[in-house]
Ligand binder design. Sequence first.
Ligand SMILES: [Cu+2]
Length: 180
Amino acid sequence: MDMLQTASFGPTCERPVNASRRRPLLVCSPNSRLCHPDHNPKEKPMKKLALSLVLASFAIAPAFAAMKEKPLKVELAAQNSSGETGYAMLYPHGAKTKVIVHLKGTPKGVAQPDHIHKGTCANLDPKPAYVLKPVVDGKSVTTVHVSVADLLKEPMAINVHESAQDLKKYVACGDITAPK
Ligand SMILES: [Cu+2]
């Protein structure tokens, strides 16, 4: 019989080292406040607390990230050889959406009407669903009273028109689609 066996299982010895650490789940009467299953006076409570805080922060971080919704980018392609291309950023603000349009190749000082329409650029409902401020020198900022989520519920597109005088000519368009 070797030393280890004697130490672990010999009738006169203490219990094996590992077994001594395996304490019963409850170390006191069920009504005692010390009866939390984790209660173990030999472990440092601070260490456990720190570990659980670290684990909790890992669990909470994605939830906070989801709460702060990301903006949705809509690429705007040139139409009718306008040479005007760019993108729109849709920032969620609860039931509203802030739409910022950036366009390159726009005519200087000309106000170009733009809207959110139902449909797709390929098949657009000509009646505007939400009016955006005209693009002037490549930029337009508008808050519309519709959530980004609602804008994604059915096909919608952002289009830009040549000018107030030439509304029928579309110069740029982009379909509003959920990020992949
Ligand atoms: Cu329009």
